[in-house]
Design a binder for this molecule. Structure first.
Ligand SMILES: C[S@@+](CC[C@H](N)C(=O)[O-])C[C@H]1O[C@@H](n2cnc3c(N)ncnc32)[C@H](O)[C@@H]1O
Length: 232
């Protein structure tokens, strides 16, 4: 594991207990709806074997369960603290919670009908390896649906950047009890790829039909991409 990954892992272990509450406040309650939307893309396609990567406390995995009660769902993360919480909520919702690093997934080729994730890509040390692993574990024709934050752009960008830099660490300090961890979350968003650059990386990994839907003044995006039906 690279240094960046160990730091990210320690950060999420440390914020796990208060993560959902701070997330709700940061997104003014929209996170749950975005997760529902991500899951809806995955469940709208044929098949019912899903992987929710970087599952955290399992919000997207639970949305998949709500939308497809008969599905088999793996919720994977490399933070044990997050996985413990995910298991504890509602008895785990009959989801297979597994420890996994997104750079090296412990799953076979072409296992899943869809892979979902929320706020994974900006945290990883090797984006191309992470996208290649998702491509590998998807069945041909399978879909990735993901929520990701995105650096603000346009006329409001300076105000949004200022707002993020002041409000989020303050929420992190008083509610999340860890100002530095939330400063990292802001900096990783502000330093992340533009939508054009991220689209190019999906395409480079072999995906097609790459679409992005902005949310929250473009600071969050819902991505969908498909592994070609004729991919080996
Ligand atoms: C911001 S949280 C998001 C959790 C959840 N997806 C959500 O939307 O609420 C990011 C999660 O990604 C996980 N993560 C980051 N890098 C990872 C990696 N390389 N492999 C597996 N999980 C990773 C963290 O442990 C953390 O639980």
């Amino acid at each position: 594991m690279q240094n960046k990954d160990s730091t990210v892992q320690a950060t999420f272990n440390s914020v796990a207990r208060r993560y959902d509450l701070v997330n709700k406040l940061m997104t003014l309650g929209s996170h749950q709806n975005w997760c529902r939307e991500v899951a809806a893309y995955a469940t709208s396609r044929p098949g019912s074997h899903y992987l929710d990567l970087a599952t955290g406390t399992g919000v997207i995995a639970r949305c998949l369960r709500e939308q497809n009660p008969a599905a088999t769902i793996v919720g994977a993360d490399f933070s044990q603290e997050m996985l413990t919480l995910a298991r504890d909520i509602n008895g785990g919702a009959d989801i297979d919670w597994q420890f996994a690093d997104a750079h090296e997934l412990p799953f076979g080729d072409a296992e899943f009908d869809a892979v979902t994730h929320g706020y994974l890509l900006r945290n990883v040390s090797d984006l191309d390896a992470v996208l290649a692993e998702q491509f590998r574990v998807l069945k041909p024709g399978g879909m990735v649906a993901a929520l990701e934050s995105s650096p603000p752009r346009g006329a409001l960008a300076p105000f949004l950047r200022l707002g993020m830099k002041s409000v989020i660490p303050t929420l992190g300090q008083f509610i999340g009890k860890d100002r530095e961890a939330y400063k990292y979350l802001v900096n990783s968003t502000l330093g992340f790829l533009t939508p054009e650059a991220l689209r190019a990386r999906f395409i480079q990994a072999g995906f097609e039909d790459v679409h992005v839907k902005p949310k929250y003044m473009g600071t969050n995006m819902i991505w969908t991409a498909r592994k070609p039906a004729n991919a080996g």
